[in-house]
Design a protein around this ligand. Structure first.
Ligand code: BGC
Ligand code: CA
Length: 349
């Protein structure tokens, strides 16, 4: 009896035009919108969470996004890409776990003839070196964030040297919280923030430099260790992103900074997360660099939708591709004076 019922059910299903209606796949109710497969290197990343939300918003009425958390595991992401390809998505948007895996993912997409947009983690050799025509990158110019952060630090240092140069030697004794090793943004920010300062004639002394892989909690631990080791010798904290800057600020508070007795430490980040803007407002963060999630998320969706609809990748957009097949959304230095720019880019205005 049971079998009979099941069989009847299956038959009814088979008779319906769409099999999807039988397996409860809600995406089939989205009309004619193309499905785009998306993999995010890990959901547990402050900045990528904002970018992911920006993509969802940008896709409304244009595409259905099939979103996947690659959980910081490249092998897992490779499997997710295989599944999305088998499912027949019309385009892929991939935030790599390992930037070096770009050619492997591109090979899969090419074999299935599915166009591909990489975001946020750029193939270090350049997207133009990947053997697939229908493949572009949407992100930023990594050096730019380091240069802007360096310029921001330089002008703040000049203005506050009397207070900030605690040992009076004219040099900045700093600790550097680096992002993920091998990530183009982390490498460039670490190098260019300091070289920009030095090019302007500001001397620097590195007390500590270590990767906290973009992560607040790890940065908090590192800062605690550095405070234990160097104490008041530290004159500045430079972080490759706001998430790590925020972790450092927590450790600094525990050590008595930003309290009533006026003990202060300049901390600089990158991203201009809404949480970081609050800290700048509170005088607990000195500056950051806007990494625009609406801009990058929006561009990624626009290009993927064009691909999915068989159009020229830049059709009806204002974006351009550089000679490495990359769309580069500009960074902007952010201090107390221009926080509105960052609020708009995070959809807060
Ligand atoms: C952001 C970081 C983020 C990383 C993820 C960078 O561009 O500044 O906050 O963790 O991308 O890949
Ligand atoms: Ca000094």
């Amino acid at each position: 009896m049971k079998m009979k019922k099941l069989f009847a059910g299956l038959l009814a299903c088979a008779m319906m035009a769409s099999l999807a209606a039988c397996n409860g796949n809600t995406e089939s109710t989205s009309g004619d919108l193309p499905e785009i497969g998306v993999c995010i290197y890990k959901y547990d990343d402050n900045f990528m969470t904002y970018t992911r939300q920006a993509m969802e918003t940008a896709a409304e009425g244009k595409a259905v996004l099939n979103m996947n958390d690659s959980a910081n595991d490249q092998a897992k992401q490779n499997d997710q890409v295989d599944t999305l390809i088998n499912k027949g998505v019309k385009a892929l948007v991939i935030n790599l776990v390992d930037p070096e895996a770009a050619p492997t993912i591109a090979e899969k997409a090419k074999a299935a003839n599915i166009p591909l947009v990489f975001i946020n983690k750029e193939y270090p050799d350049g997207t133009d070196k990947i053997d697939y025509d229908n493949c572009v990158y949407v992100g930023t110019r990594s050096e730019e964030s380091g240069i802007i952060q360096g310029e921001l630090i330089a002008s703040a240092w000049e203005a506050n040297k009397a207070d900030w140069d605690k040992n009076g030697d004219g040099k900045i004794q700093y600790v550097m919280l680096k992002g993920e090793e091998g990530h183009p943004d982390a490498e460039a920010r670490t190098t260019y923030s300091i070289s920009t300062l030095n090019d302007k004639g500001i001397e620097t002394i590195e007390l500590g430099l270590q990767s906290a892989t973009w992560d607040s909690a790890l940065a908090n631990n590192l800062m605690e260790t550095w405070l234990g080791k160097f104490g008041d010798e530290i004159e500045m904290v430079i972080a490759n992103n706001d998430g790590m800057a925020m972790g450092a600020i927590e450790a600094l508070k525990v050590a008595g900074y930003f309290g009533d007795d006026g003990k202060y430490m300049p901390v600089f980040g990158v991203d201009a997360l809404p949480e970081a803007l609050d800290l700048i407002n509170a005088g607990e963060m000195a500056g950051t660099v806007l990494n625009d999630p609406l801009g990058q998320g929006g561009a990624a969706v626009d290009l993927a939708v064009n691909y999915a609809n068989g159009k020229e990748v830049l059709a009806d957009t204002d974006w351009t591709l550089d000679d490495t097949k990359a769309v580069r959304v500009p960074y902007v230095g952010i201090t107390l004076d221009n926080m509105d720019v960052a609020k708009t880019a995070y959809g807060l205005n």
